[in-house]
Design a protein around this ligand. Structure first.
Ligand SMILES: *[C@@H]1O[C@H](CO)[C@@H](O)[C@H](O)[C@H]1NC(C)=O
Ligand SMILES: *[C@@H]1O[C@H](CO)[C@@H](O)[C@H](O)[C@H]1NC(C)=O
Ligand SMILES: *[C@@H]1O[C@H](CO)[C@@H](O)[C@H](O)[C@H]1NC(C)=O
Ligand SMILES: *[C@@H]1O[C@H](CO)[C@@H](O)[C@H](O)[C@H]1NC(C)=O
Length: 393
């Protein structure tokens, strides 16, 4: 270590000194005192500024930093603010509540769309025969859709404008959750877009979501520019960089989780104010990709699956995911998507690290996906034809 080296160098210097004279003998104790003072000063500094973020770790190599860290008492836990204490007791109690029992538990399908729903006919087929076990809510942010399916007529909630990448997206999600929570029979909530289609039949989806106690919220750590690079220190003290997470917007959520999202204003406000496009003139942060993953990572990490049950294909490596057109649709494609057993995350730094995890449902490996996007409207006819085939694997 550096201190030993300094000591050895010191000894060597002493040896080449000329034969002791009156003045030279005075030098030795002075030198030792200086060395001891430097070491004490360093230790005091390291104690006051705990090594994980102190200058000490920059001065010394990371190995010696770990050694130094182990000598020191653990850094004292940060004192929570009043708002954090209040928020955490509410969240803890909601999570510890036994789930509300309902005689006819339903799944709420929340459609977040600018206007018309091109796959209404497909969803109609999906819902047929399962009345009483689902409810539909539509947030149409631009144009009022014309509906064809009885399951969608009069299911629109009061909506507001949604600007892509802005907090208004999260507001629309919260509006959908709030409206769906009004029905106590709704036990699980699915957020879907106008380009989403079902990959499975209703019973499969219902059982997959109802007979587990987790929410399928996508969440992973991306150290790159499209992950932690979007974090700003304005989010301190409540949201630290080490807790900042990323994930796709399309979630499913159990009722308790929907309730804590309703109860949250502390973390929501942090993201509303400091995670937006053009932060500090250069950082583009998108709350819909970071707020819920970070919120659940901090407050109930074991309660989420860490992957989204809505598949999307990013493998082309473009700014937007692959969009399927009519000529892409085949039984082979649909079976391929619905037989995927692992979730994949890729970091946005130069290393492009690929994180692959098996999709575990109550501890057993099962196919990851119930829905898929992005399908263009012209795929409808092919999908209608193939639906009975690809959902009957
Ligand atoms: C979910 O249920 C399993 C047992 O089935 C239990 O071990 C686990 O702790 C539960 N998880 C949560 C988040 O409640
Ligand atoms: C999701 O990831 C967190 C860590 O971020 C982990 O604690 C949790 O167990 C994971 N969830 C499941 C269902 O494995
Ligand atoms: C399905 O997956 C197989 C194996 O990865 C691949 O060879 C094939 O081209 C895929 N088919 C379609 C239609 O995507
Ligand atoms: C779909 O299923 C029907 C009935 O089982 C069958 O007649 C048809 O050939 C199947 N279509 C394809 C593309 O496999």
């Amino acid at each position: 270590m550096k201190t030993h080296q300094a000591w050895r160098l010191g000894m060597k210097d002493m040896q080449v000194l000329p034969a002791p004279r009156q003045r030279g003998q005075l030098k030795k104790p002075t030198w030792i005192i200086v060395l001891i003072s430097l070491i004490s000063l360093f230790l005091v500094c390291a104690y006051v500024y705990p090594p994980h973020n102190s200058a000490a770790c920059y001065v010394f190599s990371s190995n010696s930093c770990e050694v130094i860290q182990s000598w020191l008492p653990p850094a004292p836990a940060r004192e929570l603010t009043d708002n954090e204490i209040a928020s955490r007791v509410v969240i803890r109690d909601v999570l510890n509540m036994p789930p509300t029992l309902s005689l006819s538990p339903k799944i709420a399908f929340l459609f977040l769309t600018p206007g018309a729903l091109p796959f209404e006919k497909l969803w109609d087929k999906f819902f047929q025969g399962h009345e009483g076990r689902f409810s539909v809510y539509v947030h149409a942010s631009k144009d009022k859709p014309v509906h064809f399916s009885r399951y969608f007529i009069n299911r629109e909630i009061r909506s507001d404008k949604v600007v892509w990448g802005k907090i208004s997206m999260v507001d629309a999600e919260r509006r959908l959750l709030a409206n769906a929570l009004k029905d106590p029979d709704n036990q699980h909530f699915i957020l879907l877009s106008d380009s989403c289609i079902p990959l499975r039949d209703f019973d499969y989806v219902y059982n997959y979501l109802m007979y587990t106690n987790i929410s399928f919220v996508d969440c992973f750590e991306d150290p790159g520019p499209h992950g932690s690079g979007r974090y700003t220190e304005h989010m301190l003290p409540e949201v630290e960089k080490k807790d900042f997470r990323k994930g796709a917007q399309w979630f499913t959520m159990k009722r308790q989780h929907a309730l804590i999202v309703m109860a949250d204003s502390l973390y929501y406000t942090k993201f509303r104010d400091y995670c937006k496009p053009g932060m500090e003139g250069r950082i583009n942060c998108y709350s819909d990709e970071h707020y819920l993953p970070t919120f659940f990572y901090m407050l109930d990490p074991a309660g989420i699956a860490n992957w989204s049950v809505t598949n999307v294909d990013w493998s082309e490596g473009k700014w937007h995911p692959r969009s399927y057109t009519a000529k892409d649709i085949s039984l082979g494609l649909m079976r391929n998507i619905s037989s995927i057993l692992e979730s994949v995350h890729v970091t946005s730094d130069e290393r492009k690290e690929v994180q692959i995890r098996p999709c575990l449902w109550n501890g057993y490996q099962r196919p990851c996906y119930l829905f898929a996007r992005k399908f263009l409207p012209d795929t409808l006819d092919n999908l209608m034809q193939l639906f009975p085939n690809y959902t009957s694997i």
